[in-house]
Design a protein around this ligand. Structure first.
Ligand code: MG
Length: 244
């Protein structure tokens, strides 16, 4: 089944073939079990500004820069754009709330998957819309020697955020590889959109409450309902067709 999906992807994009060299990882909900805390801190900080905000929205907006999430919710509530100061204050408040919560843990089986990938001699890259150093730095604690400093694309890089293709295009550029030499692991609809727009084969793992069909609709080439555990179990089978 995976072989056919991959062949179809290669044909549709007029690529020579898929020859995997680098794996691009999203962070929240893929490597870190952080989404519950992001959702709670978004709801709390928005509430302080009298902005109604639901968990579902937090998952739908996942991956895009925090400033955009704030602008959309503010505009919808008050019918006008927030000032730069309001955006900054609300974002800092959100970050403060999450810092006060229990520490964020790694996603179950992410370490095993990363080990498999390293054993295959493939390079690993981080491509996240997050701009919170306190969270990004946890990757080096949970997955030491995995994401080199020059292998990280974050919101701190000052480029257009997901769902624009820019973060994944930047990753291709720093890796010095072509779209057919990479694969993306994503969990969020906007992240999938970004990866697909960059022309990269995208595996979506559903690790939240949204329907998996949303991930397929945004263009994910493979969608796994069983999250990171299922991807870890199936990586050998899937990657066999990506490396050949
Ligand atoms: Mg994510």
């Amino acid at each position: 089944m995976y072989k056919t999906i991959i062949q179809q992807f290669v044909r549709q994009n007029n690529y020579p073939k898929l020859q995997l060299k680098g794996v691009f990882f999203d962070m929240d909900g893929v490597l870190l079990d952080s989404m519950g805390k992001h959702v709670a801190s978004w709801i709390q900080s928005m509430q302080d500004y009298n902005i109604p905000f639901t968990a579902k929205e937090a998952y739908l907006y996942e991956g895009q820069p925090g400033s955009i999430t704030i602008s959309k919710a503010y505009q919808r509530t008050f019918g006008k754009k927030p000032t730069v100061e309001v955006i900054e204050k609300l974002y800092n408040l959100k970050c403060d709330y999450i810092k006060k919560m229990d520490p964020i843990g790694p996603m179950k089986h992410a370490d095993k998957l990363l080990q498999q990938i390293k054993n295959q001699g493939l390079e690993t890259y981080l491509v996240t819309g997050s701009g919170q150093p306190s969270i990004i730095d946890m990757l080096d604690i949970y997955f030491p020697d995995t994401f080199q400093p020059d292998h990280k694309v974050t919101a701190l890089n000052n480029i257009k955020g997901k769902p624009a293709p820019d973060p994944y295009l930047r990753a291709l550029s720093i890796a010095g590889i072509k779209p057919w030499e990479a694969v993306v692991i994503e969990n969020a609809p906007l992240g999938v959109e970004s990866a697909v727009a960059a022309g990269i084969f995208t595996i979506a793992i559903n690790t939240g409450p949204l329907a998996s069909s949303i991930l397929s609709e945004r263009g994910a080439h493979i969608v796994l309902d069983g999250g990171m555990t299922e991807l870890n179990n199936k990586w050998e089978e899937i990657s066999a067709h990506l490396i050949s």
